[in-house]
Design a protein around this ligand. Structure first.
Ligand code: ACM
Ligand code: ZN
Length: 817
């Protein structure tokens, strides 16, 4: 069995490099704009003479301080920025009056179909504000209170609602989900604190979702989370108007759903005899028996709970790979017969279901029980990361290929998926698979979940198949969201909330008539490095709030600065509700850019609190109040170590950000790339290679450009003919993670960027001996342009993790001296 990880795959960064990064975003530099709400937050809670006792763990406390301050609502015409609703409504207008909720109010609902919604709102008002509104079934507005009304307006968008509040009361009108979402909006408008009365401004809201699929996923296999927590997670989806919960129920490391016909699936398959500890590269394990599963009764309870919250559950039963727990329970379903044990390591295993008839009998029986438990239209059948090595060596699988006239194992996988699709279609269900199901031919009615990037989604939409966009670079919430030095161990890549917010689910490559196939976007929470419910919440929040807005709000109404202001209010609400979330948006951030006047670079620092609190040093000492105050971009013209922090009243808020800079003749110069890096490892594009920051293994995702297949082909313009004699580059070497040294490195020089001469080429053993820092002596050279070509290693050799796939090439800083 191989257990591997690769930068696109489940173990991306489980390669244990902890390929995190920090909150450094590099050129091009966008100045941070401090919006009114952030300034207000800062000024009211930090500027006044700060009580030293309160300011102990300053940033956290700051946020808590914020909690007890009423949400300020600017009651003016036409302002929507200050109403802290996430996702931002399609249309919202704030008017002059206010309505005060008190003990006298009633909640009226126009139809018994809204009874649950009415009780839900009543329960919230009781729990949060100690109000006890009367519930009445009536379609007349109450004398004072809230009317919930089912709408029959035919062309109102599904799941839409309108909310009107004035000094007489509140009315929410929509279809059932719409009324529920109107209630969510109302709950977010209510002040987080009712000390001064529970007033809400007079508003008119008309709202509806942009996409029908607004999803969140949870892997309950790598780590198991009890049914009670799953319900809590679903309640969080509902709060952000998300309507689809993708429940990843079976894996190599555990089978989590009771199947009556196959009791060993949970008796054996739900438990492993140890788990991976720490980063993937450490290859350390404990020997603690770990596991758990959901009984069918529990599943029915969760499904019913979700339905009330207008959340549909899409169960995932993985096949033909990621099934080691099933094979450990029933080894006869494999190609080799086993024996197997439930996976302890993360990654991908070679043992997959054999394609013999007995496997299909088994899976159909399993899926029959799954269909009975989950009323939704979709069943997710996995389909990702299926090594073909067992099938290649299995007489039964080879016989299936001959019988079905399949030309290779990709077509065998396609045959597998089609056969399962046919069965599920006969049960009235549609299948969804990860984008690998496109390889070898897409099953006729399958929907595709695009995770390895957007290409799979684009191809499927062009073939008129439905698509859910969940590309790793934007939608994988197991990646770091803040400085890895101050975050819990995570899968290595960097997806801060701002990046999630920037995501556009409809790829530009689609024609207008193809756009309809994009059902929406989904956030995925894989749990290799997420052992507890608290950490699930922490990794999901606030990124899922950002994605909720991507999925719901009209594209033109989205603004990150505005979202961030509303998010501050949401932190208050999340605290009151007891949810865990990351405050990484308060970390200092750093942008490196080309120096405007001199050669070299300059470094801009910012804080969402107030940049005037930033202090820095360049001599390696810890920043203090007496250190340099930050007034604008810091020029870096020679090697130095920059340390910066937010300091106020002799106290540091948040972490010290430390960065070493190495300045050479290439630093800050114009650089172009012939091939672009993979979207999961773009760092700051070509500039990453000349920004003075050398990639290190603990900040893997930030400092390295990752190319999956293509060569590095970079041209640097030194500005004028320049003398030099060495070129030094950093490459990464981690074959267990599919990352290989280049096959060769070649340096060319030119005076006009048209005629090039090769000055050095190195490859084979010579290159391997240099290991990851390739420093080439070139003799004395004078040239304006330097071109470096590092040839990708090509296909991963047989017998190595990821065999047959393209190798990754990771490269950083090109230093010319
Ligand atoms: C996946 O992340 N392997 C779908
Ligand atoms: Zn087989």
């Amino acid at each position: 069995m191989t257990r591997f990880s690769h930068p696109t795959g489940r173990c991306a960064g489980g390669h244990g490099l902890r390929p995190g990064r920090s909150t450094i975003h590099r050129a091009p530099h966008t100045p941070v704009v401090f919006t009114a709400a952030v300034k207000e937050f800062y000024e009211s809670h930090l500027c006044p003479v700060v009580n030293a006792k309160i300011m102990r763990s300053v940033l956290t406390i700051m946020l808590i301080t914020f909690l007890i301050v009423p949400v300020t609502l600017s009651v003016e015409d036409d302002t929507m920025a200050t109403l802290p609703v996430i996702p931002r409504p399609a249309f919202l207008q704030v008017n002059k009056d206010t309505f005060e909720l008190g003990d006298h109010i009633s909640i009226r609902y126009s139809s018994p179909d809204l009874r649950f919604e009415a009780e839900y709102l009543k329960d919230y008002l009781q729990r949060m504000y100690h109000l006890a509104p009367r519930l009445e079934e009536s379609d007349k507005p109450p004398a004072s209170g809230i009317l919930l009304s089912l709408s029959t307006i035919p062309d109102r968008p599904a799941e839409g609602y309108s909310l009107h509040a004035d000094n007489n009361g509140i009315a929410i009108i929509g279809d059932r989900p719409g009324v529920f979402y109107g209630i969510q909006t109302l709950m977010q408008i209510l002040p987080a604190d009712d000390q001064k009365g529970l007033k809400i401004p007079s508003v008119d809201i008309t709202d509806y979702p942009r996409f029908p699929w607004r999803g969140m996923h949870l892997d309950v296999c790598r780590h198991f989370f009890p049914a009670e927590f799953v319900k809590r997670y679903i309640s969080l989806l509902a709060m952000y108007k998300m309507n689809t919960f993708h429940w990843h129920l079976t894996e190599d490391q555990g089978w989590r759903i009771e199947i009556k016909k196959y009791p060993r699936l949970t008796r054996v398959g739900a438990y492993r005899n140890g788990s991976m500890i720490g980063p993937y590269s450490a290859q350390k394990f404990d020997s603690v028996r770990y596991g758990g599963f959901y009984t069918q009764d529990e599943i029915r309870e969760v499904v019913a709970y979700a339905a009330k919250l207008h959340v549909t559950i899409v169960p995932e039963i993985e096949m033909p790979g990621h099934c080691l727990a099933a094979l450990a329970s029933y080894p006869e379903l494999s190609c080799t017969g086993g024996p197997f044990e439930v996976g302890k390591a993360w990654g991908v295993y070679d043992d997959v279901y054999c394609t013999k008839d007995e496997t299909f009998d088994f899976l159909q029986n399993v899926l029959s029980e799954v269909c009975d438990l989950f009323p939704g239209k979709y069943i997710h059948i996995g389909g990702d990361e299926v090594p073909k090595v067992r099938w290649k060596n299995c007489p039964r699988c080879q016989a299936t290929m001959r019988r079905e006239h399949l030309k290779d194992e990709n077509e065998l996988e396609s045959y597998f998926v089609r056969r399962i699709e046919k069965f599920l279609n006969s049960r009235g269900k549609q299948i969804i698979g990860w984008d690998e199901i496109l390889e070898g031919g897409l099953a006729p009615n399958a929907a595709v979940m695009s995770w390895r990037g957007t290409e799979g989604g684009i191809s499927a939409a062009k073939m008129k198949h439905h698509v859910i966009m969940t590309p790793g670079g934007y939608c994988y919430f197991d990646y770091y969201q803040g400085n890895p030095q101050s975050e819990p161990l995570a899968m290595g890549s960097y997806t801060p909330v701002e990046k999630v917010y920037s995501y556009e689910p409809v790829p530009a490559e689609l024609q207008p008539d193809e756009e309809q196939y994009i059902l929406g976007a989904q956030g995925n929470v894989w749990t290799e490095y997420i052992p507890t419910p608290e950490q699930v919440e922490y990794m999901a929040l606030p990124r899922m709030a950002a994605l909720a807005e991507v999925d719901w709000t009209p594209k033109d109404e989205r603004s990150y600065a505005d979202f961030r202001d509303r998010l501050l209010h949401h932190f208050t609400l999340l605290d009151r509700l007891g949810f865990h979330y990351s405050k990484a948006i308060f970390d200092l951030s750093m942008s490196v850019m080309r120096a405007r006047n001199n050669p070299g670079i300059e470094v801009a620092l910012s804080s969402v609190i107030d940049s005037s609190g930033i202090r820095y040093t360049i001599d390696g000492s810890e920043p203090a109040e007496s250190s340099f105050p930050y007034h604008g971009p810091i020029p870096v013209s020679g090697n130095l170590t920059l340390k910066c922090a937010f300091i106020r009243d002799h106290r540091r808020i948040g972490n010290v950000l430390t960065q070493h800079f190495v300045v050479s003749k290439s630093t800050g110069r114009n650089i172009t790339l012939k091939n672009q890096p993979h979207e999961n490892y773009p760092a700051s594009g070509a500039f990453t290679l000349v920004d003075g920051i050398r990639g290190d293994t603990t900040r893997f995702a930030r400092d390295w450009l990752g190319f999956w297949g293509p060569d590095l082909d970079a041209t640097i313009d030194l500005g004028s003919p320049t003398g030099f004699s060495t070129v030094t580059m950093d490459f990464f070497d981690a074959p267990e993670s599919w990352i290989y040294l280049p096959r060769s490195v070649q340096v060319f020089v030119s005076d006009d960027s048209l005629k090039w001469s090769s000055v050095k080429k190195i490859g084979g053993e010579d290159l391997r001996n240099l290991n990851r820092v390739v420093s080439l002596s070139l003799g004395r050279q004078t040239a304006r342009y330097v071109r470096v070509v590092a040839e990708n290693a090509g296909k991963i050799p047989v017998g190595s993790p990821g065999e047959g796939n393209a190798a990754w090439l990771f490269v950083d800083e090109i230093i010319i001296e």
